[in-house]
Every structure is written in structure tokens, then in C-alpha cells.
Design a protein around this ligand. Structure first.
Ligand SMILES: *Cc1c(COP(=O)(O)O)cnc(C)c1O
Length: 394
């Protein structure tokens, strides 16, 4: 008789985005004239840039000609994309070997799939609040999860202390949902902790392209010692609007050796067995992101979102509300006025300002009394939304 994976019974129901959606629909039905501005979803709105589109069009034509047609590609990704990623890392001083780079269909899949190569006996450390995928994928596997408290006192950037005890450590910087970014000294503390305890850091760099402060690290490999304790997972989703196109990359250094085993070799074995690579057309688009023209064009979209973020942080400064994020991230995470519960503030914001955001409580217990707004909307709506919020608060 078939037995199911009973760990799935331990997953907490995720009500966050469905409840947000339901509340907006109900409010709109009752107030059909309300012009609701949605600043809740963590998805991009700008289309793919011209360099990416041209490259994908060319690849489509190549697929139509037997002389240039591509069948199965290398599981680890085409050399032209891995080379482009390698050069990109070089541009901020990180040197990688070609075989350390794995092209993927996005960060979410790799964040989940990488767990295949680790025993379920490991204890996992996850910051709270957090991107829910880290927790749910480990619940599915039945791993023990402990939490690192992120809060106002530590600026939502928890550090290891004498009580920290974990084999796998998730770090997301710039962070979703808080927009907080670790500096090099702080990341060094995690790297030193991991090396000293023979733990592994899974570093989610999905928002690295939003870092403009040159003193802040965009990759964990900017930190000395990281190559013996960290895997970095990145994506073109937020960098280049690939949320619906699907491409990312994972870096597994050759120096990662645990129990006399190379993690790079294990991951290669896992990928060549369970994954057949990303579509040639998509990888052609991905390579174009790293071309000179592509970089210029994706920077324009990122600057557009960051201009929105600047409008938002200026408004919160004016209102005297405590927040993290915005400067090197598309998220602003702020403290609800009068210490309101985040769902109560969600209702108030929707009803009084017709602005929809995401209640912090949906990302973990430490998210209570906090709220997330995203800078992925259009500029005019962002200005209008912030004016409405200021009118409501001030
Ligand atoms: C959006 C996001 C990603 C990207 O996921 P993809 O599967 O590449 O679209 C990864 N990590 C975090 C924290 C994110 O918010």
C-alpha cells in the first residue's frame, strides 16, 4: 500500500497571499470606485529588455534550422552563460572556476533541490521573518528547524551568538521581506561561525543587483573564508525581470568539502541525474543580460524601481516611521504606526488610503507589528500611494 510523505502534514497552511487577495477583492466589490494601488506582490512589472528579447528571437530562429538546432544541452548550463556569469562575478572581485557555476531554472527550485545532497539529520537555522520557501522545504524533508530572531534591536540582521547551533544556515541579503542588507563585517561573523562549526551557509542573493552601496557585499564570496562554507543561489528574476522566463545560477565552490566529500561533485551528480538543463532559448536570453548592452538596460529597470523606493523611504522619513530596506533593495519594511497589529494595519491602509501591502506577521512571528511594501510598481502610483499614506498618518 502506498505511503505518503507524512512530513507534508506538518506544513503550516499558507494564508498570507490568499487572504490579502481575498480582502482586496471584497473591498473592491463593496467600493467599486476605489482606485486601489497594489504594493504587496513581490513580482516585477517591467518587461524583458531589448537585448534579452533580441537574443531569444535569434535563438528561436536557430532552433528552426538543422545546422544550428540544439537538443539536450549540458545539465550544468551552456558554457557561454557560465562564462558570462563568471565575468559578472569578476566585475565585483570574485573569481570562480567554470565548474563552480550551475545554471538553473530559478532560485526557488535550487533553494529547494540543494537539500537533496544533505542528510535529514541536519539542524537548519532560518531567520524569522523569512521567505517562506526555506521553512517549508525543510518541513517537507522532516529536518529540525531553529530560528534566528530578526528584530528592531538588531536591524533585522541577526548574528550568531553562543547559543547558535546549526548545520545549515540560510541567509538572504538583501533580504525579503525586510530589505535589510548585511555589511561585510556582519557576514564575516557568519562565515567564521560556519567554518568553526563545519556548518554550511545557503546564501540567497536574489536581490544582489539592487545593492548600489559599494561597501555592501553582493555576494558571500566577497567575504574571506566563504568558499569553504557557503553555496550561493541567485536568479535573474528580480535582476532582469525573469520571473516568468525562469533562469538563475548557483555557485558551489570546489573548496566545499564535508565528510571527505566534495559538495560540488555531489550537486553535479544530483543535477545530471534529476535535471536536464534550462531551455537553450532562455539561456540565450540569460547570457544577453550580462552583455554590455544588457547590463545597461537591466540597470535602467532597476534604477526605475529604486527611484520608487527612494520616494517611499523619503515619505517614511517625513512621517518619522522606523523602517529597514529601500536603499539597496526593492522592499521597505516598516513598523506599523501606534504599534498596530500588522493585519489591522493592512485593513486600515486598504480602507483609508486604498493601498494594499503585505502584513509582516505573514513572514514569521517577528513580523508582527511590521509591514512590507514593494517598489516594483509604477512611479506615478508609488507617488500617489505615498501621498495617501502621508495624508492618513500626518
Ligand atoms: C523572488 C525571490 C527569489 C527568486 O526566485 P525565482 O525562483 O528565481 O523566481 C529567490 N529568493 C527570494 C528570497 C526571493 O524573494
Amino acid at each position: 500500500m502506498l505511503k505518503i510523505n507524512k512530513n507534508y502534514n506538518n506544513l503550516a497552511e499558507s494564508y498570507l497571499f490568499s487572504t490579502v487577495g481575498k480582502k482586496i477583492t471584497e473591498y473592491s466589490a463593496k467600493n467599486p470606485d476605489a482606485k486601489i494601488i497594489r504594493m504587496g506582490i513581490g513580482d516585477v512589472t517591467k518587461p524583458l529588455c531589448g537585448a534579452v528579447i533580441d537574443s531569444m528571437h535569434k535563438a528561436v530562429d536557430q532552433m528552426a534550422d538543422s545546422a544550428t538546432f540544439k537538443g539536450y544541452g549540458p545539465e550544468q548550463g551552456y558554457g557561454f552563460v557560465r562564462g558570462a556569469v563568471k565575468n559578472y562575478y569578476g566585475s565585483f572581485g570574485v573569481s570562480l572556476a567554470d565548474n563552480e557555476i550551475f545554471i538553473s531554472d530559478g532560485a526557488k527550485s535550487d533553494v529547494a533541490n540543494i537539500l537533496d545532497i544533505f542528510s535529514t539529520d541536519n539542524t537548519v537555522l532560518v531567520p524569522d521573518p523569512v521567505y517562506p520557501v526555506y521553512v517549508d522545504t525543510n518541513v517537507m524533508a522532516g529536518r529540525k528547524i531553529v530560528y534566528a530572531d530578526a528584530n528592531e534591536e538588531n536591524g533585522f540582521l541577526p548574528l550568531p551568538d553562543e547559543n547558535t547551533n546549526a548545520d545549515i544556515i540560510y541567509i538572504c541579503s538583501p533580504n525579503n521581506p525586510t530589505g535589510a542588507v548585511y555589511n561585510k563585517e556582519q557576514l564575516k561573523k557568519w562565515v567564521d561561525f560556519a567554518n568553526a562549526n563545519k556548518s554550511l551557509i545557503l546564501f540567497d542573493a536574489a536581490y544582489e543587483a539592487f545593492v548600489s552601496d559599494e561597501n555592501l557585499p553582493r555576494s558571500i564570496f566577497e567575504i574571506e573564508g566563504a568558499k569553504t562554507c557557503a553555496i550561493e543561489i541567485c536568479s535573474l528574476s528580480k535582476t532582469a525581470g525573469f520571473t516568468g522566463t525562469r533562469c538563475g545560477y548557483t555557485v558551489v565552490p570546489n573548496d566545499l568539502v564535508f565528510e571527505d566529500t566534495s559538495l560540488n561533485k555531489l550537486w553535479l551528480r544530483r543535477q545530471t541525474t534529476k535535471f536536464n538543463g534550462v531551455a537553450y532559448i532562455i539561456q540565450s536570453g540569460a547570457a544577453a543580460v550580462f552583455s554590455e548592452e544588457g547590463q545597461k538596460q537591466v540597470r535602467e529597470a532597476i534604477e526605475y524601481y529604486k527611484r520608487n523606493a527612494a520616494v517611499m523611504t523619503a515619505a517614511f522619513d517625513e512621517m518619522g516611521i522606523w523602517y529597514t530596506g529601500g536603499k539597496n533593495s526593492p522592499y521597505i519594511w516598516f513598523k506599523c504606526p501606534n504599534n498596530m497589529y500588522s493585519w489591522d494595519f493592512f485593513d486600515l491602509l486598504l480602507e483609508k488610503a486604498n493601498v494594499a501591502g503585505t502584513p509582516g506577521a505573514g513572514f514569521g512571528k517577528n513580523g508582527e507589528n511590521f509591514f512590507r511594501l514593494t517598489a516594483f510598481g509604477n512611479y506615478e502610483n508609488t507617488v500617489e500611494a505615498m501621498n495617501r499614506i502621508k495624508n492618513m498618518i500626518l
